[in-house]
Design a protein around this ligand. Structure first.
Ligand code: FES
Ligand code: FES
Length: 160
């Protein structure tokens, strides 16, 4: 039996009828067509499905759609502003922090959650914040540099 849920996704109200076992990841990708959120392991291990829910980064493969009822969700599609990349997205492009791109949406949303809470993170704090996001391609260094540059451009000051 389906349940009606109401949530906000990328600033838009959404109403959906979902089965009790439907995940938030399935709702986003299959029902709403927001395929920027990636389906990697489906087990909470890879972070490819990371979205921000009520300000916190979460693995959407581990959240039931019914648990998102009444919540506010941000996916990678909600970051750009009228076609202008968010500073974190721009920094990933500028720093060569994207190779295959599979980890990138989740990585960027983990970085956003960090910078929203801590605009001037240390390198260790950045590495900790993205530790749940696996990347098979970049070796992480360029991703860390991109987050450092994004922090500078958002905050307007140097970071340690
Ligand atoms: S797909 Fe959700 S953590 Fe891997
Ligand atoms: S860029 Fe390929 S997994 Fe990260």
């Amino acid at each position: 039996m389906k349940t009606i849920i109401n949530l906000i996704v990328n600033d838009q109200p959404v109403e959906a009828a979902v089965e009790p076992n439907r995940t938030l990841l399935q709702l986003l990708r299959e029902d709403l067509g927001l395929t920027g959120t990636k389906h990697g392991c489906g087990l909470g291990d890879c972070g490819a499905c990371t979205i921000i829910m009520d300000g916190q980064p979460v693995n959407s493969c581990l959240v039931l759609a019914v648990q998102a009822n009444g919540r506010e969700v941000l996916t990678i599609e909600g970051l750009a502003d009228n076609g202008k990349l968010h500073p974190i997205q721009q920094a990933f492009v500028d720093n060569g922090a994207i190779q295959c791109g599979f980890c990138t949406p989740g990585m960027i949303l983990s970085a956003k959650a960090l910078l929203d809470e801590n605009p001037r993170p240390t390198e260790n704090e950045i590495r900790t914040a993205i530790s749940g996001n696996l990347c098979r391609c970049t070796g992480y260094q360029k991703i860390v540099e991109a987050v450092q540059e994004a922090a500078k451009s958002i905050d307007g000051t140097e970071v340690s």
